[in-house]
Write a protein that binds this ligand. Structure first.
Ligand code: SF4
Ligand code: SF4
Length: 169
């Protein structure tokens, strides 16, 4: 969804957003119930994930990928890759199986004092910490609307607003 501002080649050599330190576990991928059902048993990708089903948000159930058991050291800087990350090919999930959250990263829809906003996670090395004109234009055109629409039916993707995340839309 961000192909206008993110090239496949920059993501292929980076993969930062598909590995998680302990302090980033709040960002691990969230999946709708039907995708959890599919990916937690034998599936077309040949990789089975472990999920924790969460309480419903506005009546919608979802699962969070469990990665916290994969750390091997106590080092807070240790990163563990997402279960669905292939070191050579990148994310192996296709189409609707890929979490919407992952498709829009480093954008996030967040709740800031009761108001929904689209904000930029400032840690993507390619996009950077300051939204470019191109990114702002993209959010203000069709993408922002699409994110708001998705959040209406999948409210669990809405995260609590974090300071220093520039608001775009
Ligand atoms: S952090 Fe940014 S550049 Fe790196 S893989 Fe994720 S979206 Fe691509
Ligand atoms: S589901 Fe795919 S895009 Fe999302 S974190 Fe895992 S490997 Fe990355």
């Amino acid at each position: 969804m961000l192909s206008k501002v993110l090239s496949k080649s920059s993501c292929a050599s980076c993969k930062f957003c598909c590995s998680f330190r302990r302090q980033s576990l709040w960002e691990t991928p969230l999946f709708p119930q039907e995708t959890v059902d599919k990916l937690s048993s034998e599936n077309e990708y040949g990789v089975v994930g472990k999920f924790r089903m969460s309480q419903t948000v506005q009546g919608v159930r979802f699962g969070r990928l469990i990665l916290e058991n994969n750390y091997r050291t106590d080092n807070p800087e240790e990163e563990v890759p997402c279960t669905f990350l292939d070191p050579q090919k990148g994310c192996i999930l296709k189409g609707e199986d890929k979490p919407f959250d992952c498709s829009i990263w480093p954008l996030r829809i967040m709740d800031k004092n009761g108001e929904l906003v689209i904000a930029l996670t400032p840690t993507c090395p390619t996009i950077g910490a300051t939204p470019s004109e191109k990114l702002v234009e993209l959010v203000k055109s069709e993408l922002g609307q699409r994110i708001y629409e998705y959040a209406k039916t999948h409210p669990y993707i809405i995260k609590e607003y974090r300071e220093k995340f520039p608001i775009i839309g």
